[in-house]
Design a protein around this ligand. Structure first.
Ligand code: DHB
Ligand code: FE
Length: 324
């Protein structure tokens, strides 16, 4: 087929009408962005001769994605989360905010309001007995290497099946989710279980999109962190455990070389006894460095709809920082 109508005045005028350009009300930025988006899509339909069947099956797929609240899952798979990180890195570099542990994507599975502890917390509820015991510890420092006591370290990760509490209703509330404040030496320690990698639900709309691209929906075993302290830039990051088949083949593009951590299996009975554990365990060490900033808005995580977090929580988080 050779029909090409995109460039015609009729279509160009139509796009302006559809985007509300002739209306006084509405939001100017929304109009501009919608106009650009629709123009790109209309052109695509013309260029690829998209058929009505293809168009309506896409509408149906979008409905399924929304119906199963999977846009947040597909977003990292299509690289948007990593792209926003790349942009943020470039913005930091331009503002000469250099140094510190690299950021990487938050992912869609954070839940606000996890139990808080000073220095140490046990994160698992003891139910997942197939999981290897993990001893996760590290120091939070500034870019000059000075420890930061009282830093807030939020940690969340999947269980031995790759599932997250809250999204997996079979787990107890806040299982494998904790907020730990660093001790006087800037250290945090968590007893938990080694997580398994995560895969997008088989056959779900996100999986259908990835399959159409010949891609998988697997993530390596990983552990999420939000780390913050007054006077320092909020850090959203993750560590990926070395040795997982997906460590460097992450469907969500979150792996960064500096964030791959090798767990160390420890069988020495004195080390086991020192930590009051019952048997061998795997130690995972992750030290983090926070860049300095006076800008309050950079000291807290960016706004985004999150499970159990409302606008008020975000406002008080900002106020809490301002008080210090
Ligand atoms: C997804 C899941 C994760 O656990 C994560 O960290 C990032 C993305 C996802 O399903 O898209
Ligand atoms: Fe995750």
């Amino acid at each position: 087929m050779t029909v090409k109508i995109f460039e015609t005045p009729e279509v160009q005028d139509f796009l302006k009408t559809v985007s509300g350009f002739e209306q006084a009300g509405g939001n100017e930025r929304a109009k501009q962005i919608m106009h650009r988006l629709l123009s790109d899509l209309y052109r695509l339909i013309d260029d690829f001769d998209v058929t009505p069947e293809e168009y309506w099956s896409t509408v149906s797929l979008l409905n399924s994605l929304g119906g199963q609240t999977q846009f947040g899952l597909l977003s990292p798979g299509l690289g948007f989360d990593h792209y926003l990180d790349m942009r943020q890195d470039a913005i930091d570099a331009e503002a000469k905010r250099n140094g510190g542990t690299p950021r990487t994507i938050e992912g869609p599975l954070y839940v606000a309001g996890a139990p808080e502890a000073e220095g140490f917390a046990r994160m698992d509820d003891g139910q997942d007995t197939s999981g290897e015991t993990m001893w996760l510890t590290g120091q939070v420092r500034d870019v000059d290497g000075n420890p930061i006591p009282g830093a807030q370290v939020e940690i969340w990760h999947a269980d031995s099946k790759g599932n997250y509490s809250f999204f997996d209703p079979s787990q107890s509330d806040y299982n494998l989710r904790r907020t730990i404040y660093t001790d006087s030496e800037g250290r945090y320690t968590a007893r938990s279980i080694i997580p398994s990698g995560y895969g997008v639900p088989e056959g779900a709309p996100t999986d259908q999109v990835l399959k159409a691209l010949g891609r998988h929906g697997e993530r390596p075993a990983h552990i999420h962190f939000f780390i913050s302290a007054p006077g320092h830039q909020h850090l959203t990051t993750q560590i990926n455990l070395a040795g997982d088949p997906y460590t460097f083949d992450d469907f969500a593009f979150a792996t960064r070389e500096e964030l791959v951590v090798e767990g160390k299996r420890i069988e020495d009975s004195a080390e086991i006894a020192k930590r009051e554990l019952e048997g061998p365990f795997t130690e995972v060490v992750f030290d983090a460095e926070l860049a300095r900033t006076d800008a309050l808005e950079l000291q807290v995580r960016h706004k985004r709809p999150r499970a159990k977090e409302d606008e008020q929580d975000q406002a008080s988080q900002l106020a809490g920082t301002a008080e210090v």
